[in-house]
Ligand binder design. Structure first.
Ligand SMILES: [Zn+2]
Length: 97
């Protein structure tokens, strides 16, 4: 096993735990309040509270945590775009908005 796959092997359990935490936070009043504006954190578009998804500013795979400061509402479009991009590409995308 090379170092990279060893590291991701160790991180898997951690990520599972953080995902569970995110699910729990999604059921809280705090999250509902955050989504009540119906606006995407990234593009600022109004899509309505029910269309917003929970996104990690720093992805779990990059060591991000499911804490309130790292969770933002994002529209599906931004969420998909973010997933497909490398972090520095995503930074550029955000600056252009
Ligand atoms: Zn968006």
């Amino acid at each position: 096993m090379d170092l990279l796959s060893y590291k991701s092997y160790c991180a898997e359990d951690e990520i599972k735990r953080e995902k569970q935490k995110a699910r729990r936070l999604r059921a809280t009043r705090w999250w509902r309040k955050k989504c009540s504006s119906g606006r995407c954190h990234y593009c600022g578009r109004f899509v309505g509270p029910s269309k917003l998804t929970m996104d990690h500013l720093v992805p779990l795979a990059r060591g991000g945590r499911s804490i309130k400061a790292n969770l933002v509402p994002a529209c599906k479009e931004c969420n998909n775009k973010k997933k497909a991009k490398l972090p520095f590409e995503w930074d550029e995308y955000i600056v252009e908005q």
